[in-house]
Design a protein around this ligand. Structure first.
Ligand SMILES: [Zn+2]
Length: 80
């Protein structure tokens, strides 16, 4: 997993973050979708299982969440 090609420098900004599993909400009104921080898969309003940081700026698809959750030591918070 250490050499996973999806990994770039996410450890610098996503390590130990609190994540929430929510239906997709655009960070900006002008945005219609986002991309997974790891695999770049499109995350849009049809995506119900993605995880995001508290500021809803970084999104992580469910597959990548499951693959990287131990490495990144994420904390899951309930949806507010
Ligand atoms: Zn992904």
């Amino acid at each position: 997993m250490k050499n996973d090609r999806r990994l770039t420098n996410q450890i610098d900004y996503l390590f130990g973050k609190e994540l929430t599993q929510v239906p997709y909400v655009p960070y900006s009104e002008n945005w219609t979708h986002d991309h997974c921080a790891f695999c770049s898969e499109t995350i849009d309003e049809t995506e119900k299982d993605a995880y995001c940081t508290e500021d809803r700026y970084h999104w992580i698809c469910k597959d990548c969440f499951n693959d990287f959750k131990e490495m990144f030591n994420w904390k899951i918070t309930e949806q507010k």
